[in-house]
Write a protein that binds this ligand. Structure first.
Ligand SMILES: C[S@@+](CC[C@H](N)C(=O)[O-])C[C@H]1O[C@@H](n2cnc3c(N)ncnc32)[C@H](O)[C@@H]1O
Length: 362
C-alpha cells in the first residue's frame, strides 16, 4: 500500500549515535540537505525576486545545468512544469527522486531504508577497498558497498524506486564523507566517524510533479529539442570539472566499479562527463547554447569571482562575451544582489559576486 508523503509530513525514527545512544529525529530528507559547489541555494530569494519583477506567465521553467536541482525545486508547483537536466548521472538520479511523477511505493522505500541502516558490513568490497580509511571509515565504506550492491541486485523495484534509494545513499554518504564538501581530495585526518545513516526523502506529491521532464545530457544538445518560458543557466564558470569534484558520488551512482587512480581515486575514464564550459571552448559553446534556445526569457548566473584568464579559478567567459551573445538574442539587463540593474552598454559592470543576466527574447 503506498502513501504519498506530503512535504509537511514527518516520520520519526531512531538514529544511532557514535556512543550507541539512541536519539529520535525527524526523518525528513530535503533536496538541499547536501553540499555542492556553486549551489545557488542562498541566491534563491534573489532569483525569485527578479523573475517576479521582470517575467510574466512562466508555465514551463527549464533548469538545464541544475546541479542539486534546488533552483528548479523552488518553481516546482502544480501550475509550473519543470525541465531539469545535468550532465552528471548522480544528479539525474536525484531529479528522478525529487521531480518525477512516476509511481513509487512509499512504505516499501521506508522499510528498505530502515533495513539498510541496520546493515553491518563485515567483509571488504569495492567501496572499502578503494575509499575506506580515506574518504570514509572502513565500517561506513563497507556498509556503502553492501547497500549499493543490494540495490543493484533488487528485481522487484521500479527505476524511480531505485533512484530514490540511491539518492538517499548518496546524501547519507555526503554527510559522513571525510572531505571539505567535494571529492577532489579527502582530509588527512579521518575524523568524520559518525555512522552512515540513510533518510527517507520528503518528496512533493505526484500532482505537483506532474508533467515534469528530467534529462541527463549535454545541455547544448538538449536545448535543440525543448521549448520553455524561462531557461535558467548556471554553467560551471572555471576550469574545475564537476566530474572531478563529484567523481565518487558519480562512481557509486553508476556502479560500474571502474578502476580508480591517483591519490583522489578518481575513475580513470571520465571523458563522457567532462564539460566544455570548463575549457577554452566555453565562449564558443555558450554562444551555441544561447543561439539554440527556444524560450521567452533566458536567465544566466555567472560568477565574476575571477577575471577571464588562464588560472584554475579564472572565469572562462568574460562579461563582454556574455552580453554580446545574449544581446544578439534579445534585450539584456544585468542585476546584482542589491537588485539594481543597468542595460547593455550603458555602464561598466561593477565587481559584484553574484549577478544575473536576464535576456527578454525578441
Ligand atoms: C554551477 S553548477 C549548478 C548549480 C545549481 N544551479 C545548484 O544550485 O545546485 C553547474 C552544473 O552544470 C553541470 N554541467 C556542466 N557542463 C554541463 C553540460 N554541458 N550540460 C549539462 N550540465 C552540465 C555540472 O555537472 C554542474 O552540476
Amino acid at each position: 500500500m503506498s502513501t504519498l508523503l506530503d512535504i509537511e509530513d514527518l516520520i520519526y525514527s531512531k538514529k544511532p549515535e557514535k556512543n550507541n545512544n539512541i536519539i529520535w529525529e525527524k526523518h525528513k530528507l530535503m533536496i538541499n540537505n547536501r553540499r555542492y559547489l556553486g549551489s545557488k541555494q542562498r541566491l534563491i530569494p534573489f532569483i525569485k525576486e527578479i523573475i517576479a519583477q521582470e517575467c510574466r506567465d512562466i508555465k514551463v521553467f527549464a533548469d538545464i545545468f541544475a546541479g542539486t536541482g534546488v533552483v528548479a525545486y523552488e518553481f516546482n508547483n502544480i501550475n509550473t512544469k519543470i525541465i531539469v537536466n545535468d550532465i552528471l548521472y548522480s544528479n539525474y538520479l536525484a531529479y528522478m527522486t525529487w521531480f518525477s511523477d512516476d509511481y513509487y511505493d512509499f512504505d516499501k522505500i521506508s522499510k528498505l531504508i530502515k533495513e539498510f541502516n541496520n546493515i553491518v558490513g563485515t567483509k571488504d568490497n569495492y567501496v572499502s577497498k578503494n575509499f575506506g580509511g580515506t574518504y570514509f571509515t572502513i565500517e561506513n565504506a563497507r556498509k556503502i558497498g553492501v547497500i549499493r550492491e543490494e540495490i543493484e541486485s533488487m528485481v522487484d523495484i521500479t527505476p524511480r524506486e531505485k533512484a530514490i534509494l540511491i539518492t538517499s545513499l548518496l546524501y547519507a554518504m555526503d554527510k559522513v564523507a571525510n572531505t571539505c564538501g567535494h571529492y577532489d581530495a579527502y582530509r588527512k585526518t579521518l575524523d568524520t566517524t559518525e555512522p552512515l545513516y540513510l533518510q527517507v526523502p520528503a518528496i512533493k506529491s505526484k500532482t505537483t510533479n506532474k508533467r515534469n521532464m528530467i534529462f541527463n545530457e549535454d545541455a547544448n544538445k538538449l536545448v535543440r529539442r525543448i521549448s520553455s518560458d524561462l531557461v535558467y543557466i548556471d554553467t560551471p564558470y572555471n576550469s574545475r570539472q564537476y566530474s572531478d569534484t563529484y567523481h565518487l558520488l558519480e562512481n557509486i551512482a553508476r556502479w560500474e566499479k571502474p578502476e580508480v587512480s591517483g591519490i583522489a581515486r578518481k575513475m580513470v575514464d571520465r571523458s563522457k562527463i567532462k564539460s566544455n564550459y570548463c575549457t577554452v571552448k566555453a565562449p564558443e559553446v555558450f554562444d551555441d547554447l544561447i543561439t539554440n534556445i527556444d524560450s521567452k526569457y533566458i536567465l544566466v548566473s555567472y560568477s565574476n569571482m575571477g577575471q577571464k584568464g588562464n588560472g584554475r579559478s579564472n572565469a572562462k567567459i568574460s562579461d563582454e562575451e556574455i552580453l554580446e551573445v545574449l544581446g544578439r538574442k534579445g534585450k539584456v539587463k544585468v542585476f546584482h544582489t542589491n537588485f539594481q540593474y543597468f542595460t547593455t552598454g550603458k555602464t561598466q559592470l561593477e565587481d559584484h559576486k553574484e549577478r544575473l543576466f536576464l535576456c527578454v527574447l525578441n
